[in-house]
Ligand binder design. Sequence first.
Ligand code: MG
Length: 248
Amino acid sequence: MIELKSASEIQQMSRASLIAAQCLTFLKNQIRPGVSTETLDRQAEQFVLDRDGECAFKGYRGFPAALCVSVNDEVVHGIPGERILCTGDIVSLDIGVKIDGFYGDCAITVGVDPISKEDLFLIQTTEAALYAGIEQARAGNRLFDISYSIQQHAEQHGFSIVRQFVGHGIGRSLHEEPQVPNFGIPHKGLRLTEGMTLAIEPMVNTGVCEVFVDEDGWTARTADGRKSAHFEHTIAITSGDPLILTSF
Ligand code: MG
């Protein structure tokens, strides 16, 4: 069942979403060669706690950190640790925040400059694919209109879409119905209505779309070892334009 949110509930969700978005902006400015991924995690956790938020990922099904940090061939759900970032790496940062009983969830991919032209293009294309999907998040459209737009954008530029992980509804739970795939047939899927709140999150690979989860039980990696990028926004469907709750 899909839980529709009232305007005041969406207002409440925007608090968590704003903290999550501001946290990523803060972390983006900490990315440089020599920084460890666990340092980013500590900074993220402190940022959220200082604003009276809860770190939604910490302890979620046993995930050990506040922040997912996925470097290069890591797609999503990377566990922060001793790894030191190097020039040329691309780093996906994913944070979930809970406050006032509601969740917000967002992700960005950042290069440790200078990065290759190909990697920059991957990052830019993934972000643009997210916005192409959001553009379709309108009352009256179908769910897979979002999915199809994302897929089209990524594939037109020569990249592949991860299928094993998808976006999701979000609100009083971190993961609600419906699932939001990043691929699909246009004009299919459930009818979108005002009050739906979704976390839309394309994961785009340079090479093949296949991924596997490594032995830590969390980190998803590309099957061919090539790079992957991830962007995510929490959005609300309104009577007009989609509302991006994790923007600032
Ligand atoms: Mg998510």
